[in-house]
Write a protein that binds this ligand. Structure first.
Ligand code: FAD
Length: 507
């Protein structure tokens, strides 16, 4: 909603774990919010039931070629955008590659649905006054309740877990998980018998069919994965949230001399192809770890419409991410099951880090010959995670965003690779991986902290030297959670909203 002067109270940029949660909380408090998302609404059972008119299917069949990639950036070249409807955005730099996605609902469509508290004890303590682990806990609890996440347990009777698969293996062991893992899916009331249901918000969804394996990193067309459009955005829209899909923010401009509008947000509306300038009193950036940095750096150093932020781009990290792939033909068809199957590591006295993995989703719908599909059914992706040195630097260059990161600075990558080599030795199977880290968990670069001398945003998520400009996503995290971060990002966004609402009420 705009004021009579055309000024929007709050503009939220991005609709992932940061943007969806912050927007929904503000709407619940009666604050007018417009959310801008560069990606499209996805065509699912849920969005159809909610009457969303303009949707784009997840890539399947030939569209796996035409719609898998939204954009790609190779080292030393500018980013190439192939199609505004594409699902993934890949940034390859010399020392690191970053993968993120683009849709209304952000990374929740492609993620594996694992939700955990930070692996780092007392994660939120000691960064800034007013932020603490105890203070954030109610936000974690609220997000888990909003998403209806289920705690992982044998009662779910999931097929193909690592516990089943490696139970009798002399080469691989499955250590018990440290702390609870929640799963962001709608499970069948009776295991193995998925039904179509209508939830409390009147949204229709198919309970997840784990045998079909259609709910992994290529989206969940039936709605078995609890994506953020289902959990937050559609309900918030019904309460007044204005969502502009396919609306890409190009830059943010700080205004002076206008009491009501503190920022102008420059956008391209991909529906019409028109460029627009939206006036806002407050701007909350939640474009994801990679694109929040791109947007703030481009605005400051490219368009020169923001200034200051001396620590912007510093302390970028990969959450210790490691990716590889592994032929496991001795275990037969691996496809049935959840996107991620549980922990494992090489058996032995060494304290190797725990790895995770899962099958490739929706293989029947790949435009590939049968024999290749059959082969892919026996391959699993494999991932390691942890805490790295978080010493990367993102900056603006003549080619656009550039990230300098050297995995050799962080012992975590060498440790994970040693664990992977041990698996190769014990199993005799090759595991393929790249020299430099590939991350799906870009973290930091606009970190929260005690002062502008060391950080970019304060305990409210507000940029120190830009009143009314906030960061509510992975870029603001003060450290790496060392495990799946989506729950922590959502909790941070919920905290940012609570502080915004409290200050609004107080004034
Ligand atoms: C394959 C894969 C599997 C994963 N599995 C897990 C998992 O199991 N558990 C877990 O915790 N995490 C997982 N993650 C990571 C998780 O998805 C991210 O940490 C999380 O989505 C980040 O939330 P965010 O709000 O910071 O950004 P995002 O969720 O990425 O949302 C940012 C949104 O902003 C939009 N945007 C970007 N730029 C602009 C712009 N200029 N204008 C308008 N909109 C813009 C993007 O299109 C996107 O929708 C996975 C990620 C991937 C890729």
């Amino acid at each position: 909603m705009e004021t009579s002067s055309g000024v929007i109270d709050v503009v939220v940029i991005g609709s992932g774990f940061g943007g969806a949660v912050v927007a929904s909380r503000l709407i619940d408090a009666g604050i007018a919010v417009t959310l801008l998302e560069r990606g499209p609404w996805r065509d699912t059972v849920a969005t159809r039931s909610a009457g969303i008119a303009r949707t784009v299917p997840f890539p399947r069949d030939l569209s796996l070629v035409t719609r898998l990639l939204r954009s790609l950036r190779l080292p030393g070249t500018p980013r190439l955008t192939f199609t505004k409807h594409g699902l993934f955005d890949i940034h390859i730099d010399r020392g690191v590659s970053v993968i993120c996605s683009s849709s209304v609902g952000g990374g929740s469509h492609v993620y594996s649905g694992l939700q955990r508290l930070p692996h780092v004890a007392n994660f939120w303590d000691g960064h800034a006054e007013g932020v603490s682990t105890a203070g954030l806990q109610p936000h974690y609890d609220a997000v888990l309740a909003d998403m209806g996440s289920a705690q992982a347990s044998p009662a779910l009777k999931l097929p193909n877990t690592t516990y089943q698969r490696y139970a009798n293996s002399n080469a691989i062991e499955t250590p018990p998980p440290e702390g609870p893992t929640w799963l962001g899916f709608l499970f069948p009331t009776e295991p193995g018998k998925p039904e179509t249901i209508t939830d409390a918000n009147g949204i229709t969804r198919n309970q997840i069919d784990v045998a079909a394996n259609d709910d992994g990193f290529l989206g969940s067309p039936g709605g078995g994965k609890t994506s953020l459009d289902i959990a937050y955005l559609i309900p918030a829209m019904r309460k007044g949230l204005k969502i502009r899909d396919l609306c890409e923010v190009e830059s943010i401009e700080q205004l002076s001399g206008n009491a009501a509008a503190r920022y102008a947000v420059h956008v391209t509306d991909h529906h019409s192809g028109r460029k627009e300038r939206l006036l806002a009193a407050n701007v909350i950036v939640a474009a994801g770890g990679l694109n929040t940095l791109r947007l703030l750096l481009r605005s400051r150093d490219g368009a020169k419409t923001l200034s200051g932020m001396p620590n912007l781009g510093r302390r970028f990290g990969c959450n210790g991410d490691f990716m590889g792939w592994w032929d496991q033909s001795e275990y037969g068809d691996l496809t049935a099951g959840l996107p991620a199957r549980g922990p494992f590591r090489a058996r032995g006295p060494e304290d190797h880090p725990v790895l995770g993995g899962g099958a490739f989703p929706a293989i029947d719908r790949y435009p590939l010959p049968q024999f290749l599909k059959q082969r892919l059914r026996r391959v699993q992706w494999i991932a390691g995670i942890g805490v790295d040195a978080m010493d990367g630097v993102a900056r603006w260059s003549s080619q656009g965003l550039r990230i300098d990161f050297n995995g050799d600075d962080s012992p975590v990558f060498a440790r994970i690779k040693a664990g992977v080599r041990a698996l190769v030795e014990r199993t005799g199977k090759r595991i393929h991986y790249t020299k430099n880290p590939i991350t799906v968990h870009p973290t930091g670069g606009a970190c929260m902290g005690a002062s502008i001398a060391t950080a970019v945003v304060d305990a409210n998520g507000e940029v120190f030297d830009h009143p009314g400009l906030y960061v509510a996503d992975a870029a603001a995290l003060p450290a790496e959670p060392g495990g799946p971060p989506s729950l922590t990002i959502a909790a941070w966004a919920s905290h940012v909203a609570a502080r915004f609402i409290a200050r609004r009420k107080a004034s």
